[in-house]
Write a protein that binds this ligand. Structure first.
Ligand code: FRU
Length: 895
């Protein structure tokens, strides 16, 4: 507010022609008067008696857009165009004192110079008593006062015939030219009675010139202006320099009043003429007193004005301070109000908060109480669950034996071809349900194992894609029967190889899919998706099992993986399946989640870490490299230590230790049993021990039973060994795969032990029939021996015949020739023929000897050497043992 400067209401430009004391007085009066009007600014420019400069001043005001122009034209003619231009542009123009040669102005204010000239003429005529010589020194001859003052003078003296204007010169309103001109006139005119000076600056110039020549007393000097103050007209009258002077009123106040009337659209006179009066010795003193008094008053007014301005600015400042203080006061009051209100609301909030706190504390106490109760309940529940689990475990153990005893006979009964359709149906029903019971019992036992931390975790390299594709086969039939759209998608080009416990992964997969098939209605849809993705920079594998139609509520979903949790009584199942699935997923350090809604159905998502695969908590199974020659040939002692030649050897390959020990228990009375925990170990042991029979599980981590069988059947050392495949899965496709792999027999779990024993015995016996192939009494039945073995036998026979005469020939050399180690040759030959290679060699030698004795004239000693015996006596001994008579007796009989 203090800095506010209002733009003026009116701007007035004053273009003065001259710069002298008369003009100063007028300018002061204008400015002083302007102070009485609000919002008026006045700018005064002085041209210094120069027409061009004054025209520029007027142009300046026009360009600044002043609201009113006050002009005193230096000379009338040169100034007329610019004044007309301003007037034509709509700017009100007031002419003061000096006019132009046009009436394009708004108003004129000033004295009547004609009248003044006339008054001067009359005064001089009267002063000179109607007779005398007068000289005239004029103002600037182009200015209207000079012209009019001369005309008026001439008009006055024309009435006095003896008053003569004898000389006239232009003194341009100033003292210096006046003095020069007067000097000339004095010289030209010996008698001058009066000097008519156009103003009070010209008059003293003339006086000075006359005084210089000592003639000042002989004439009177009359001037115009009558200004008060030092050296001005009034003082010169009092000092008797001038005889008289005539008042030429400045009246700046009146000029300003006129201007304001015009600007404020008030009525105003176009011409304002001010009066003149003579000042001579008679009234000069009074005039001086008056003017001094007026000046004094003016000074006082100005002082007062100054003070008023100071007070006004002080008041303005105080106003600003006041308003500012008021504003601050208001702000403070507002602030106080806000603070007061905040304090009040703070107090209220505090009260509310303490109330809420109290309530919360109460709730907390209640919750703590409830929590303690819950903890207690959960302990009780835990104990109950534990007791339940222990109970189920015990019961399961108890159930397993009778269940197996039910399953076995049922299977036997089902094998009976004489059963009628109804009987078969009923037995199948029993078999199915016994199998379900066995599965449930096994699940409970597994879960117990998991809870006790005894669950084995055996990760092996595995390709999820091919595993899943394989497992999916098992569900095609049910999908077809229930008209369910069963689809399997996988992201192309992704790597699904990982480390996983195959058995457990299979259980997870089968459990989820079995559930899906169980709960999906006819014509529903089941989709399995396999994908790989990155989580926290680590690769993960994900598979989802989605089925339409069933919806598990949010309440049930929370507990779905809890053991013994059942959604409701209408759902079948023990409630342990999904708990076990979660346990298996946990073992893999994986995650399982389930979502379900009415629209989409149910979706199980399993995420398994890939690459950085979970480290098993149990002893990891060491990688079992395929056997190499180096292994085969260095472990003879081991083999011989285990080998009991009196009994056939059976190799059991199964990753389930229970099954191994069970089968071992069944066989141990009649067979030497060797065990292997997986396919790789099985192949290795088969190579080492060359057993008489192999019983292998199909589903095993790493190399499964079918692959194991295929490999064994493709190796010379093992191709003759009969293989029985054992599996929990009785699907036909797997049987076909098993037989394709070269399996000799296929038995489903749970198996009947008599069946297994009978199968083992039959297979070993049927292979033993071969053992007589070297005897002439036996011919090989084509179907009893594989091509590889036939080749092997033929080669071996040929080898013996070719080399038998070499008495140094040993099994080592024969093995080398056949591409086998001594042990392998021994086991292969023993297994195929029930003879050791040495026995076979001996028999072959003796048979050859027999035929030589019968068909040649060779001596007994010659024959013995011919067939490789190193001494005739040993030959004779062996011959007798083989044929029951000595060679000598034979020759005698032969005669
Ligand atoms: C002032 C003045 C006066 C004179 C008047 C005529 O500038 O010279 O002395 O009376 O002008 O215009």
């Amino acid at each position: 507010m203090a800095c506010r400067q209002d733009s003026p209401r009116f701007r007035i430009g004053v273009a003065q022609c001259s710069d002298d004391s008369w003009r100063h007085k007028m300018n002061d009066e204008i400015l002083r008067e302007a102070m009485f009007y609000d919002g008026v600014s006045v700018e005064i420019r002085s041209a210094g008696d120069d027409n061009l400069r004054q025209a520029e001043d007027v142009r300046y005001f026009i360009d600044r857009g002043v609201d009113l122009l006050i002009i005193s034209a230096n000379e009338a003619a040169p100034m007329t165009p610019i004044v007309e231009e301003a007037y034509d542009k709509g700017i009100p123009v007031i002419l003061i004192d000096r006019k132009i040669l046009s009436d394009k102005y708004t108003a004129y204010i000033g004295a009547d110079n004609n009248e003044i000239g006339r008054a001067v003429g009359n005064y001089i005529a009267s002063r000179l008593g109607g007779k005398g010589n007068v000289v005239e020194l004029t103002g600037l001859s182009g200015s209207t006062p000079a012209m009019e003052r001369h005309q008026g003078f001439m008009a006055a003296i024309s009435r006095f015939p003896e008053i003569k204007l004898i000389d006239k010169a232009d003194a341009a309103w100033e003292r210096a030219p006046a003095e020069v001109e007067m000097d000339s006139m004095l010289r030209r005119n010996p008698k001058i009675d009066a000097v008519y000076a156009h103003n009070d600056r010209i008059a003293p110039g003339a006086y000075q010139a006359a005084k210089k020549v000592g003639r000042e007393k002989e004439m009177v000097f009359v001037g115009i202006d009558a200004l008060p103050g030092k050296g001005n007209g009034l003082e010169m009258v009092l000092d008797s320099v001038l005889d008289a002077t005539f008042i030429y009123p400045t009246n700046g106040d009146k000029v300003m009043q006129l201007a304001m009337n015009i600007l404020e659209k008030k009525p105003f006179p176009r011409e304002t003429v001010m009066n003149t009066a003579v000042v001579d010795r008679t009234n000069a003193h009074v005039m001086q007193l008056q003017t001094t008094h007026i000046s004094e008053l003016d000074r006082k007014i100005e002082t007062l004005n100054g003070r008023i301005s100071t007070y006004l600015s002080r008041v303005a400042t105080q106003q600003v301070v006041l308003y500012g203080s008021l504003l601050i006061l208001l702000l403070v009051a507002g602030l106080l109000l806000v603070v007061y209100k905040s304090l009040r609301s703070k107090n209220r909030l505090n009260r509310e908060l303490s109330e809420q706190k109290r309530l919360l504390e109460e709730q907390r106490d209640q919750l703590e109480e409830q929590r303690d109760q819950l903890i207690q309940l959960s302990h009780q529940l835990e104990e109950a669950t534990h007791a339940k689990l222990v109970f189920f475990t015990n019961i399961s153990h108890d159930f397993r034996t009778p269940l197996t005893l039910v399953a076995d006979p049922v299977e036997h009964l089902l094998a009976d071809h004489t059963l009628n359709e109804d009987q078969r149906k009923m037995l199948s029903l029993i078999q199915r349900n016994v199998n379900i019971l066995l599965r449930l019992v096994n699940q409970i036992l597994d879960f117990r194992k998991y809870e006790n931390g005894k669950m084995e975790f055996t990760p092996v390299p595995l390709d999820l894609l091919s595993s899943f594709e394989g497992w999916n086969e098992s569900f095609q039939e049910i999908a077809r029967k229930k008209h369910i759209r069963f689809s399997f998608d996988s992201m192309p080009d992704a790597d699904y190889r990982t480390l996983a416990d195959v058995e457990k992964l299979e259980r997870i997969y089968f459990n989820l899919l079995s559930n899906a098939f169980k709960f999906t209605p006819e014509n529903g849809k089941i989709t399995v998706r396999l994908s790989s993705w990155m989580k926290d920079g680590q690769p993960w594998l994900r598979f989802t099992v989605a089925n339409s139609g069933t919806m598990i509520s949010a309440e049930h979903i929370r507990s779905i993986f809890d053991r013994f949790y059942k959604i409701d009584m209408h759902h079948t199942g023990s409630g342990i399946g999904l708990a076990l699935v979660k346990a298996f997923v946990d073992l893999h350090r994986g995650l399982i989640a389930v979502e379900s809604d009415e629209k989409q159905g149910t979706l199980f998502t399993i995420d398994l870490p890939k690459g950085d695969t979970p480290v098993p908590e149990q002893e990891p199974i060491p990688a079992t490299p395929l056997p190499t020659d180096a292994v085969w040939t260095t472990e003879e002692e081991d083999h011989e230590m285990l080998y009991d030649s009196s009994k056939p050897t059976v190799l059991i390959i199964d990753d389930n230790a229970d099954i191994r020990s069970y089968v071992q228990g069944l066989l141990q009375a009649d067979y030497t049993v060797v065990e292997a925990a997986d396919g790789s170990e099985g192949i290795k042991k088969a190579m080492r021990f060359v057993p008489d029979l192999i019983i292998s599980d199909v589903m095993m981590p790493g190399i499964d039973g079918i692959e194991c069988c295929r490999r064994l059947k493709s190796e010379l050392q093992t191709c003759h060994i009969p293989v029985i495949l054992l599996t929990a899965c009785s699907l036909d496709e797997q049987r076909i795969q098993g037989y394709d792999g070269g399996a000799d027999s296929y038995i489903s779990k749970p198996f009947s032990s008599p069946l297994l024993l009978a199968r083992v015995r039959n297979l070993i016996d049927s292979h033993r029939r071969l053992k007589q192939f070297f005897g002439d009494r036996q011919t090989l039945a084509k179907e009893d021996v594989c091509d590889m073995d036939k080749d092997f036998v033929e080669r071996f026979k040929g080898l013996i015949e070719a080399k038998m005469s070499d008495s140094g020939l040993n099994v080592e050399d024969l093995g080398k020739d056949m591409g086998l180690s001594r042990v392998q040759l021994y086991r292969k030959i023993k297994s195929l023929t029930n003879y050791s290679p040495n026995e076979l060699l001996r028999i072959a030698r003796l048979k050859k000897a027999s035929s030589l004795l019968a068909s040649s004239d060779m001596t007994i000693a010659e024959v013995g050497y011919e067939v490789g015996f190193s001494s005739p006596s040993y030959f004779a001994k062996c011959y007798k043992e083989e044929f029951g008579e000595s060679p000598t007796d034979f020759l005698k009989r032969k005669g």
